[in-house]
Design a protein around this ligand. Structure first.
Ligand code: AMP
Length: 490
């Protein structure tokens, strides 16, 4: 299905066109129409599937048509981490390029200037707030934000937010919202706690489950079965013969990240570290340095495993085995993005063998085990004991697609008046990278990091409208191959 098959306003289609979004991904195919009709929705889908566009586009289309207050916050998008909030905000920036819809990202950090910008943005009534729960709560507690007019409430990576202990914060926020609203909850998994949250805050939701993507074909997976003390030697040996550029090394705990990064620096590696103890400006600086190739390798906690679009990562190293099978897929999915090739190397100590076996079962692949360099001595045997419970199984059923409307585009002139939400930000031309499994050519230039705070002011931008016939015809872009199942809880 193509975006032009849906009843989108010209402003939305123009932005999609400029971003080279033509064909819908499976999650978009399944969710756009019910969301445009106003249904509450549970979307079981992970990052990389195109879920951000799936939930933002219907909201933007409605805001674009008008009928919503112009001096109030109309939509709240909640995300677990600052990085994901920034990424959503960047996509929003692209999607709203041709329309009078403003947004502000509210995600914390200790920078006073940024706080002021957030305040200004909220006071001026940005249409859309993209927020992390902690920061939003602190603004609510200080009376900085009026949520009484919100029509759309979106929770992205809800499972992650609950893992991080935000259940009660989310409930506190939900209680501030009008009962009459549209709520969308996206989550990679559906544990009991998420079901409970969903039943607390959604009304009669449609559930769409996207089958978990297997690791992309372009990723060569390898494992070293080893003792803990051999891990550093393995890393040294990997980079004896090749460059350590464009590498991400994951470790589960931030203490471990700091320790490894310190040791690798001592061994002469050009390394940056990323974990939740860093301030926002420090995190931004590390990402900037990595993207601009000033540092070769990032050592990170799972904070970087999701929601981060960096295109050309060559190697992902799991210094330890993630406890959660999803985290493994998210971590290794940082490489071989958009049809390129990459390597994912996991260092498996004796204690982690069972966890690694569980991952192998989950992805239904035996990961090749590499020989240790002889200088490092004997490796332990790979003898995982099956004392762990089986991996989560949450693969969706295949292809039960809802009947779709094949409607023509309507041109309608119900445009929103230019809203004066007061922001200083200049927008970059909208850009996109393609979602996992898409074969569509992609932009490789990363979008500019958003300036933090103030709502993006679309009202003052010149409208760069292309005549309809200049719009690219849908090409042969292939959407993600995941299958989806639809559960109508009605
Ligand atoms: P998400 O899962 O929302 O983080 O999306 C992953 C990436 O895919 C983002 O960089 C989007 O810009 C891109 N993307 C999403 N949907 C499409 C689409 N239909 N066509 C091309 N790119 C897309």
């Amino acid at each position: 299905m193509y975006f032009t098959d849906f009843d989108f306003e010209d402003e939305v289609l123009d932005a999609l066109d400029a971003m080279r979004f033509e064909k819908c991904t499976p999650i978009q195919e399944q969710t756009l129409e019910p969301l445009m009709e106003g249904r509450d929705l549970i979307g079981v889908a992970q990052t990389g599937t195109g879920k951000t566009a799936a939930y933002l586009l219907p909201v933007l289309n409605k805001l674009c048509r008008g009928g919503y207050p112009e001096d109030a916050i109309n939509c709240i998008v909640m995300a677990p981490t600052r990085e994901l909030a920034q990424q959503i905000d960047r996509q929003l920036e692209g999607f709203t390029y041709f329309m009078n819809v403003s947004s502000v990202a509210v995600y914390g950090g200790n920078d006073g200037q940024r706080y002021e910008q957030e305040l200004r943005g909220m006071a001026k009534g940005a249409d859309i707030i993209v927020a992390t729960p902690g920061r939003l709560i602190s603004h609510i507690n200080l009376g900085n934000i009026d949520l009484s007019k919100v029509s759309f409430f979106i929770l992205d990576e809800a499972d992650r937010m609950l893992d991080m202990g935000f259940y009660s914060d989310i409930m506190t926020i939900a209680k501030q919202l009008p009962k009459e609203r549209q709520t969308m909850l996206f989550s990679a998994t559906m544990p009991q706690e998420i079901r409970k949250l969903a039943s607390d805050i959604l009304t009669d939701p449609l559930q769409i489950t996207l089958a978990l993507a297997k690791p992309a074909d372009g990723i060569t997976q390898q494992a070293f079965i080893c003792y803990e003390g051999q891990k550093l030697g393995i890393i040294n040996s990997i980079f004896d013969n090749e460059s350590s550029e464009r590498v991400i090394l994951f470790a589960s705990r931030k203490t471990k990240v700091k320790e490894i990064s310190h040791t690798l620096k001592k061994h002469g590696f050009n390394v940056g570290e990323m974990h939740s103890d860093l301030s926002q400006s420090e995190r931004d600086e590390i990402m900037f340095q990595y993207k601009s190739r000033k540092i070769d390798m990032i050592v990170a906690t799972d904070i970087l495993a999701r929601g981060i679009d960096i295109d050309d990562i060559r190697i992902v190293i799991n210094y330890d085995v993630p406890r959660d099978c999803d985290d493994y897929i998210h971590r290794i999915g940082r490489t071989a993005r958009a049809g390129t090739k990459g390597r994912a190397i996991t260092l498996v100590n004796v204690e982690d063998q069972e966890y690694f076996k569980r991952i192998e079962d989950f992805i239904e692949q035996d990961v090749p085990k590499m020989e240790l360099p002889t200088s490092l001595g004997e490796a332990p045997a790979y003898e995982p004991k099956s004392k762990l419970k089986g991996g989560k199984s949450r693969r969706g059923g295949g292809g039960n697609k809802e009947k779709r409307r094949g409607n023509d585009r309507k041109r309608n002139n119900r445009k929103r008046g230019g809203k004066a939400a007061g922001g200083e930000k200049q927008q970059e031309k909208p850009q996109a990278v393609k979602p996992a499994n898409s074969e569509k050519p992609k932009e490789t230039t990363p979008v500019a990091a958003p300036q933090e705070g103030a709502p993006k002011q679309q009202g003052e931008k010149p409208k760069r409208r292309r005549p309809h016939h200049h719009r690219r015809k849908p090409g042969n872009a292939k959407g993600a191959e995941d299958t989806a199942s639809v559960t109508d809880n009605k």
